[in-house]
Ligand binder design. Sequence first.
Ligand code: R1P
Ligand code: URA
Length: 290
Amino acid sequence: MPIPDSELILNKDGSIYHLNLLPDHLSDTIITVGDPERVPLISQHFDSIETRISKRDFVTHVGYYQGKRLTVISTGMGTDNIDILMNELDALVNIDFVTREPRPQEERIQLRIVRVGTSGALQADIPVGSHLVSEHGIGLDSLMQFYPLVETGLEVEVAAGIQQALDLPYRPYAVRGADLLREQLGAGMIVGNTLTCPGFYGPQGRVLRLDLRLPDLISRFQGFRHQSAEGEFRLTNFEMETAGYYALGRMLGHEVVSLNAIVANRATGEFATNAEAAVNDLIAKTLDRI
Ligand code: R1P
Ligand code: URA
């Protein structure tokens, strides 16, 4: 059955609804960033840029870096945008836009998606200016209330433990990212477990003028531990997309890794004076390893 016009929405030029891209535009390795202004920071290192397209938060440059075709896309902030990004990227490679049918299993393409983002550390021993690769993403957002994500025993235990620690009315979700991509892109970085929050202030325990439901939210996150045969699990950092990427990557069959430049530390109260340099260094490492 062809996917109806209302579900797979194509623009007049045949491009996908929000990303505004045609299947030919995409490379199989994609760097994603939150901030649209970070896209040219990356593509300025390309030998050549063949395509520049933008719509809403999604700014895309496609080009060649040392002979390798790469796509850089900005996503804006939050897992609601990651839902759009991942479904539309997957549609571009795994749905035939003419027949509107998913491609057969043997023709499916696996994308490699590398998030290059900023993040706040939760633990005092993770310094501002450092780089952290996410082993797990733990989603406090509601995205996985709508998909049948299959989690491992450890993932379910961790997520249930966090639900209890925060006295939440729903169970968060926990997903381990792609091991090979993490080892390749994250070599030498701090390996952490990243808490993906549905906001920057209250959900990350920041107080400006509004009180929190749980005034000790940060210390509950910091003190959370889960013991298993694999060792001790602790939460290391906060941001707003990683768990959505890891969950949708698992379900759609794409490899995803989340790389984080640590710009704030919530235990010490610091914000990095060298945040830009930390992001630029992370971009250089990513391009070198990709
Ligand atoms: C908040 O300032 C934003 O920064 C982080 C968070 O995930 C959120 O999107 O990532 P980016 O720097 O990639 O946007
Ligand atoms: N991005 C976040 O979401 N949180 C931080 O503390 C820093 C960057």
